[in-house]
Design a protein around this ligand. Structure first.
Ligand code: 5GP
Length: 116
């Protein structure tokens, strides 16, 4: 199996602005930010997409959300008069473009609802 784009970032084969790394995941700035702050939190395990995760991934999935929340908090977006959004896209209608599960963390502007 060839490496996914995000595995190549984790292995430093493709450069990225990495802001967090641990045994389970890494987080880095999106190359095409959709908000003043746009981070991607990515498991090291190349789970293709959330709908294909299995019970054995339960701990990793929870970890991704905890890291997403911690990064938003550390960057000053956790106050409720600020805020941030966590997004996971699955498949074509979901807007997925990279087949390696990732959590988007968007912050720094008013985000619309419903999303486009
Ligand atoms: P998706 O559309 O799959 O939910 O999100 C994939 C995200 O990966 C997009 O927001 C896209 O801008 C980002 N992305 C694609 N290629 C690269 C890259 O080489 N480096 C970084 N940092 N982000 C990327």
């Amino acid at each position: 199996m060839s490496k996914t784009l995000f595995e190549k970032i984790a292995d430093r084969e493709i450069p990225a602005d990495i802001v967090h790394e641990d045994d389970v995941c890494l987080a880095f700035h999106d190359i095409n930010p959709q908000a003043p702050v746009h981070l991607l939190v990515v498991p090291r395990k190349p789970i293709p997409r959330v709908g294909e995760a299995s019970a054995e991934d339960q701990q990793a999935l929870g970890h991704l959300l905890l890291v997403a929340g911690r990064l938003a908090r550390e960057q000053g977006f956790a106050a409720t008069d600020q805020g941030f959004r966590v997004v996971i896209n699955h498949g074509q209608h979901g807007g997925e473009s990279v087949p390696h599960l990732h959590v988007h963390v968007l912050a720094g502007r008013q985000l619309d609802w419903p999303p486009g």
